[in-house]
Design a protein. Structure first.
Lengths: 262, 323, 285
């Protein structure tokens, strides 16, 4: 198990954002994390990589209990993360952005070594031509790839991706999913938050579902798609969920378009 | 240096300072030397401020405090303890560095405007404190016994010597600035400036990095302060900690281009010369401050990257030379 | 014991006036997250304004303060439009330097026009005796006017439409814009309001103490300390902070040299901002 989260609870004053979350990630897996807005997914990420210190619970990474460690210590262990709203280092070039990841990540390269790694990684995510452009001048899709490149440059064992597909069009999503699979094939474990359902169902081996701060389901994509609690969480009405389940059993999965017609 | 082409960015800064030194030597005119003494002092202070302001992104309105403290500590050791100028300068630098370390622990965890505000408070507190501190002469300050200059060949020779010492110090600051900028440590500072949280997530140990940047930025002003007040012959609280000076340093850094090695040099030179000429002109004497203010406003509103920053953006090919 | 009480009440009255000055600064911070470094010249210019109107034109002192307050409002709006608006969304350093450059410009002009020699509004309302305490009339009136101004500000912010808009913009500018609040105008108005409070404070201080073109800096620093004490962005906190500071200033000289007062003030300032940046009472979010 590359990551073990046990009984994680995070409170902000009177609000419990994450409650008693427990799960493991085996090495080399792509684990999806889904849930309605406000479920606490990003907060969970923040607790894992040290932006927040949890009130209760443990986070154990490759055997090291790193609960409450500061983000920069976590990064040195080999855990990298991207953000839901990208955080480019705007006045630095794309290459410099990636070099920061290489210099201060797990392998702590010198500037020269980091430059080489930056070239490789930028090539890998398809940003090589833009290496000398200021990060602030890239478009959203490019910034997302840059954020991913930065994380990869730190040579992580585990990569936390927070809605890396948000705001991308269909072809950009396909490209990104390709890159994510290639990353996994290189041996990096991935935990990803996503709202683009068909994408995450497609690419994940297992899925976690959160609602109101709690883990309500764990399983394969098929199991999750048929899980009553999950459907209820997204649709809100238990009776509707039961009726849908009945219909599905009788008719097989149907596809609905935006107007509710099949 | 064998790969000198990688260090083109150091060329103009070093040449300009050496150029000033040679120019002054050739003219042999004490008045010119005095003028450029103030220019070099401004360059040294602005360049050191740039390390915490331009590279790390933390706006300090209290940079003069390191200069003043270094001045007082150095002065104390020379005038009360009879130590040599060199040791006094060293003590000044150490004192400033120590203050930066302690201060950093207290206020560097503050972000943005809160940090700036805190430094405003620090500046005022420091001045008020020294004003009451009897060992440093309280509101009257301290005066150097003229005899001290005899150790350096008499007053006139001592004055000339301080100029060349300042040249060396300024060269050191500029080189330190360049080294920081082109080092891995400097990359970490730039990352902190752009987005401190993202930098931490990427592994930059921000608290330590900031503290180091602050200490490095403080030592040279401390040394320069000791030298300056040795030359001055006396030191008083409002001479040592003028709030206006901290602001002027920020103007110089902004004018020339924050975050560059050359920017503070250019900004300091232009600003000091402008200030000097305004002060001596009968018409503009009183509104020298207004002219400086108007200049600052124009820069902030229209050219926030400063002259060097603007040039780098406009002519990307020149970036290697204009560091 | 009598003199302690006098010092205390005196300090409180002065504290109300300081509170007004601080409110001018914290209002601007609360609405647009801008630290107004031209606060000092707004105070200094209003001192001179009152002086010129009263000593020069013989206008009633408190009427002069009202006039100066209105001029302060207009000047504040002007400063916003010229210097602040363009960089309102830029990094905080920009607005800091923009307002600071306004301060430099106005200080330079003021020094050229009025030199740095101190002025005194020669005005006295005699003294009031309330039980064991004897107070200067001007101070009592200054304190009362400050309290009135606070009440006025409160009524404006909570009982009028523009006031509601200001609170909306302070809370969440984007959301306010989406429901149709003209945020640019509100920002300008808020800045003007902050300037007006500074002007009122300056005018009142001028009735009590002598001043010169550089005096504003002292009160600006006090406003920082008060703002941090009470929580930046919290006007009520500013008032309380002002009272605390005024009391401190009143009482400390009884126990040590007056010259130590600034050390205590700024030391406290640095301590609080380091360990409780939200102030003793927390800023209103």
């Amino acid at each position: 198990m590359i990551l073990q989260v046990k009984g994680l609870t995070k409170r902000f004053g009177g609000l419990t954002a994450v409650f008693d979350v427990t799960f493991d990630i085996p090495e080399g897996q792509i684990l999806g994390l889904i849930g309605p807005n406000g479920a606490g997914k990003t907060t969970l990420f923040n607790c894992i990589n040290g932006v927040y210190a949890p009130e209760e619970g443990r986070v154990i990474f490759r055997g090291q209990d790193m609960t409450g460690w500061k983000p920069y210590r976590v990064a040195r262990l080999g855990l990298a993360r991207t953000h839901q709203i990208v955080k480019p280092l705007s006045e630095l070039t794309a290459k410099q952005n990636v070099m920061v990841g290489a210099c201060f990540g797990r392998e702590e390269h010198s500037l020269a070594g980091a430059a080489k790694i930056a070239d490789e990684v930028l090539e890998f995510v398809g940003l090589f031509e833009r290496a000398e452009q200021l990060a602030g001048n890239l478009n959203v899709a490019q910034k997302k790839r840059l954020e991913l490149a930065r994380a990869l440059a730190s040579r992580p064992y585990l990569l936390l991706l927070d809605e890396v597909l948000a705001g991308l069009n269909i072809s950009e999503i396909t490209t990104m999913l390709e890159i994510i699979r290639k990353i996994r094939d290189q041996g990096i474990t991935i935990l990803m938050i996503e709202h683009v359902m068909h994408a995450i169902m497609n690419v994940s081996e297992r899925i976690l579902v959160m609602d109101f701060g709690e883990l309500i389901a764990k399983g394969t994509p098929e199991e999750i798609a048929n899980n009553e609690r999950v459907i209820e969480a997204y649709l809100g009405d238990p009776k509707l969920a039961a009726r849908l389940m009945q219909q599905n059993d009788q008719q097989g999965m149907e596809v609905y378009d935006d107007t509710g017609n099949s | 240096m064998k790969n000198w082409r990688n260090h083109l960015g150091l060329l103009i800064p070093v040449l300009s300072i050496v150029g000033i030194a040679i120019g002054v030597r050739i003219t042999g005119n004490p008045a010119t030397r005095e003028v450029f003494f103030t220019v070099l002092k401004a360059i040294a202070l602005a360049s050191s401020l740039n390390i915490i302001l331009g590279y790390t992104g933390y706006v300090s309105f209290a940079h003069i405090v390191f200069f003043g403290l270094g001045g007082y500590v150095g002065f104390y050791f020379m005038s009360v303890r009879g130590w040599s100028l060199w040791l006094a300068m060293l003590m000044g630098g150490l004192a400033a560095g120590a203050l930066a370390f302690l201060l950093g622990r207290a206020i560097l965890h503050l972000r943005g405007a809160y940090f700036a505000l805190a430094t405003i408070g620090v500046n005022a507190a420091m001045q008020a404190f020294i004003n009451n501190f009897e060992p440093f002469g309280g509101p009257i300050g301290m005066t150097l016994n003229f005899q001290v200059y005899q150790q350096y060949g008499g007053a006139a020779k001592a004055l000339e010597m301080t100029f060349y010492v300042l040249v060396v110090l300024t060269l050191i600051v500029v080189m330190v600035s360049y080294l920081v900028k082109t080092s891995k440590f400097g990359l970490g500072l730039l990352a902190i400036r752009e987005d401190e949280d993202a930098a931490e997530v990427m592994g930059v140990a921000a608290p330590n990095a900031k503290t180091w940047a602050y200490v490095i930025s403080a030592i040279l002003p401390g040394i320069v302060g000791a030298l300056f007040f040795f030359k001055n012959g006396n030191i008083e609280p409002h001479d040592a900690f003028p709030l206006a000076s901290s602001i002027e340093m920020i103007v110089m850094v902004m004018l020339g281009g924050q975050g560059t090695v050359l920017g503070p040099i250019l900004g300091a030179t232009v600003y000091q010369r402008m200030r000097g000429s305004l002060l001596t002109s009968a018409i503009f004497k009183n509104i020298q401050l207004s002219v400086a203010g108007a200049l600052l406003l124009l820069i902030v509103l229209f050219v926030p990257a400063g002259v060097v920053g603007w040039l780098r953006n406009r002519f990307p090919k020149l970036r290697r030379v204009l560091q | 014991m009598e003199s302690l009480l006098t010092f205390l009440v005196d300090g409180l009255l002065l504290g109300f006036v300081y509170g007004i000055a601080a409110m001018g600064m914290t209002l601007i911070w609360g609405v647009m997250k801008v630290i107004n470094l031209s606060h000092n010249v707004l105070i200094a210019y209003s001192m001179f304004g009152v002086y010129l109107l009263f000593n020069g034109l013989g206008i009633n002192l408190y009427l002069a303060i009202i006039l100066v307050a209105i001029l302060g409002l207009l000047l504040g709006i002007l400063i916003y439009i010229v210097a602040v608006h363009r960089v309102i969304n830029a990094p905080q350093l920009s607005t800091l330097l923009a307002t600071f450059s306004v301060s430099m410009i106005m200080t330079g002009v003021g020094t050229a026009a009025w030199t740095t020699s101190p002025r005194n509004v020669e005005f006295s309302l005699g003294s009031f005796s309330l039980g064991p305490v004897t107070l200067a009339g001007t101070r009592v009136v200054a304190g009362l006017v400050a309290i009135l101004a606070t009440a006025g500000l409160y009524l404006f912010l909570y009982r009028t439409r523009p006031g509601r808009y200001i609170r909306a913009v302070a809370n969440n500018r984007e959301a306010a814009e989406m429901v149709g609040v003209p945020s640019n105008q509100i920002l300008a108005l808020s800045f003007g309001l902050g300037a007006m409070l500074a002007a009122v404070a300056g005018g009142l201080i001028a009735t009590i103490f002598p001043f010169n073109i550089l005096s504003g800096m002292n009160y600006q620093l006090k406003s920082f300390v008060i703002g941090v004490l009470g929580g930046l962005g919290n006007p009520i906190g500013s008032l309380v902070g002002g009272l605390i500071l005024g009391t401190l200033e009143g009482i400390v000289p009884m126990f040590m040299e007056t010259s130590w007062v600034p050390v205590i003030e700024f030391g406290l300032f640095v301590l609080i901002i380091s360990f409780r940046p939200a102030g003793l009472f927390g800023a209103r979010q």
